[in-house]
Each structure stands twice: as C-alpha cells, then as structure tokens.
Design a protein around this ligand. Sequence first.
Ligand code: NAP
Length: 302
Amino acid sequence: MTNQPASTDPNGFARTPGGAISMDGNRLRDEIVAELAATIVAAGSPAVCLATVLVGDDGPSQRYVRNKHVQAAKAGMLSRNEVLPADAGQARVEQVVSALAADPNVHGILVQSPLPAGYDEEAVLRLIPADKDVDGLTSESMGRLVRGLPGLVGCTPLGVMRLLERHAVPTRGRRAVVIGRSTLVGLPLSLLLARKGVDATVTIAHSRTADLVDVCRDADILVGAVGQPGLITAAHVKPGAAVIDVGISRTEAGIVGDVDFEAVQAVAGYITPMPGGTGPMTIACLLENTLTAARLLGAFPD
Ligand code: NAP
C-alpha cells in the first residue's frame, strides 16, 4: 500500500484506506505559500529576503536549499544563496554570515546544517541576530520561546503546529507525547504544545524512556521525532489519535519515517504521510518565519 489517500471527507481532507484523515503537508505548504504571497502583495510588495549559506557539496543539502529558493520565489520573496566550498574555512564562513547579519536588505538567515566536519557550528550560529534567525536555533531564539517572548521558532516544530491547527486537531487538555528531545525538533515542539492557548499536557519521551508503548498509548497527539524506521506501530497508538511523523531515514526502500504507516493509519484518527507530511511544512514555515523576521526588523507592516 502507498501513503496515498483513498477518499476525501466533507471538509476536503483526504482519508487513508483505514479512515484516518491524511494530514497533507504538500497541500498545506502550497496554501501557506499562496497566503504569504497574497500578504506581501497586499502590503505593496516590499522586499522580503531570505539568505541561505551552503558550505560544501552534499547532495541532499543542495536539494534542500534549492527547494527553499523555489518556494521562496513562489511566496513572492527574494532569496540569496551564498555557496562556499567545503574547505572555505571557519573564518570565511563567519565572514559571510556576519555580512548577512549586517545587511539591512536581508531579513532571514539560514545556515544549512550540518556544516562539513571540522566547522564550529555553534560559533557560526552565534553570529545570527535573533530577529533574522529563521531556523530558530540560536540561544536567544530558544530563550524567547521558553519565556514566551516574540521571536522565531524552529521551522519543523512550527510546521507540526500548523498541521494540527489546519486540521482542527483539538489540543486543549489533551495528552501529547513527543518522542525525541532534540533542540531542533522535540524540545521546542514540546514547549509549543504546552503553551498557554494550546494547552496540551505534554510528555517528552526519548531513548531512555521505559515502556514506550504504554506511554504512547495515552496520547491524543503522538509525534515521532527520532529517525528510527517503523518505531511507532499500531500498538503505540490510541484509537483516533493524531500521529505525526517527523523522523526521516534514508533506506534502500527510499525515505522512511518513524511511523509504520500501513498499520497505524488503520487505528489513528489523523496521520501524516511520509514523505509529503512534515517535510514540506518545514519549508512553508521557513518562509513564514522569513516574513515574521521582516516584521520583527520593522521592514514589513504588522
Ligand atoms: P536527534 O537529535 O538525533 O534526536 C533524536 C531523538 O530521538 C533523541 O532525543 C533520542 O533520545 C531519541 N531516540 C533515539 N532512539 C530512540 C528510541 N528507540 N526510542 C525513543 N526515543 C529515541 O534527531 P533530530 O535532529 O531531532 O531529528 C529527528 C528526526 O527528524 C531525524 O530522523 C531527522 O532526520 C528528522 N527531521 C525531519 C525534519 C522534517 O522536516 N520532517 C526536520 C528535521 C529533522 P536521546 O535524547 O535519549 O538520545
């Protein structure tokens, strides 16, 4: 079986053969990109610019960056790609990022991760001003998230929140289990789900969690952010739960998520396809963040 939907429901959401609503990230990305484009036109088309920094010639990183620029153009944004050879050196990379940080025509800066071996990524991140930090990865951005201050939140966790919102998945008072506690995905997502106004009761699971099946079976919202193919089986899933697959593993069979899609779609109420779920949402939210950055910098009207 494929991850393709078998039917649609009255709200226009596709359903899997087992009846779960398919949380279609490609569709939602296209909607968000179109909304961003309309917002920019309505404001008189002020320049909104995303800059990426790509060091080295890693194939997947090149594809990710290219895709970001394609979608930025669709959103009516300018984009700039600084490409450096793998041996450019720490000083040169820092010089490029510092120049983007100081450039008033650049609103968002994304340094494609991982940098090649030998680079000090933390030192590079520290050069990105919080208001241009469209990846939401700097200490200042994380601190703002923890303190509930205006700022930029990581694109992947934000993308998960947008999927839940657009599919009207209830969160208030519901139990959410996030498997994974990285600063890139699991931790910020847990904070977002627990925020006032979202109001889920959140459990963070990780590699030392005992009885993962029991922990997960309580969840109304279950997120896999691990990178272990098929970790989440039907046994982990409460009937009707929303199951969101963030994990990406490249196998001989292609890209595989943390969720055993075929088994879980028969139990879940909502499920993300893989691919086509959280991945496209990460890019949509990068562009959403770029517009937010332009607002934070006073370059775009509120
Ligand atoms: P990471 O830093 O390696 O974190 C993985 C987390 O999973 C860790 O907290 C780890 O626990 C936990 N874990 C590992 N094995 C486990 C197990 N058997 N049971 C429960 N928890 C376990 O990875 P990441 O950067 O957060 O990324 C997570 C996944 O998301 C990766 O596959 C990555 O490729 C993918 N990703 C996808 C997108 C997207 O757009 N869809 C974006 C970013 C990342 P410990 O903390 O105890 O080690």
